[in-house]
Design a binder for this molecule. Structure first.
Ligand code: FE2
Length: 219
């Protein structure tokens, strides 16, 4: 009888210890969670950061995709501000040189317009490496490096510049369309302005190319 009683007591003590241990763990987990939330609130307020992982942003919504594409284009335009002067320098015909230089001026405006778009969307203007433009420019440089004949080099420059223009036209067309879908007409308008200038630059390059073709045919 006495033995049974002490066994009961030991069992009761064990059960109590297990329960206390479980309670303690739960309280500790809750405490940690509370601290994590408090820290996150502080971090957002004081460091002015939108969410946890800024660098590996997950794209879930059309809005996310819009921002990602905007960063891609920002990278492209800034890259072109550096690349276009080199292309103009290599061009032989004055008409081509002038067309590229005038598009350089427009490209600087395109960078500023994208900055305005970022601002309208309360986003920090930042670029994200665009592998497509890197590839197009690398290819253009390779081709240009192999050509000695001036007229052929001009034809290669026009071809490369138009490939880049078409990439930009596709991107701006898509972004302008999404901006309208998201309901931001101010952003859509800015993107459409640039889109029109890209199209005009492309048409100008086509004209120069056609003139060169007729000149070669006449020669
Ligand atoms: Fe542009």
């Amino acid at each position: 009888m006495h033995k049974e009683k002490s066994a009961d007591l030991a069992g009761w003590r064990d059960a109590q210890a297990t329960r206390l241990e479980a309670d303690f763990r739960a309280a500790r987990a809750e405490h940690r969670q509370h601290h994590a939330e408090a820290f996150e609130t502080w971090r957002r307020r004081n460091l002015n950061l939108p969410s946890g992982k800024e660098n590996d942003m997950t794209v879930n919504t059309l809005n996310d995709l819009f921002i990602e594409t905007l960063k891609d284009l920002y990278y492209v335009e800034k890259k072109l501000v550096k690349t276009l002067p080199k292309m103009a320098q290599k061009a032989s015909s004055d008409e081509l040189k002038e067309a590229i230089e005038s598009h350089l001026g427009e490209t600087e405006t395109h960078v500023r317009r994208l900055e305005q778009v970022f601002e309208l969307l309360d986003q920090k203007a930042s670029g994200k490496t665009c592998e497509a433009i890197e590839g197009l420019i690398r290819e253009a440089e390779e081709v240009m490096g192999e050509i000695a004949d001036e007229q052929t080099l001009d034809a290669a420059i026009i071809s490369s510049a138009q490939t880049v223009e078409h990439y930009e036209i596709a991107r701006y067309g898509t972004l302008a369309c999404w901006a309208a879908e998201i309901g931001n007409s101010e952003v859509a308008e800015l993107l459409e302005q640039t889109l029109e200038e890209e199209k005009a630059a492309d048409e100008k390059l086509s004209e120069i190319a056609e003139d060169a073709v007729s000149q070669r045919a006449a020669a």
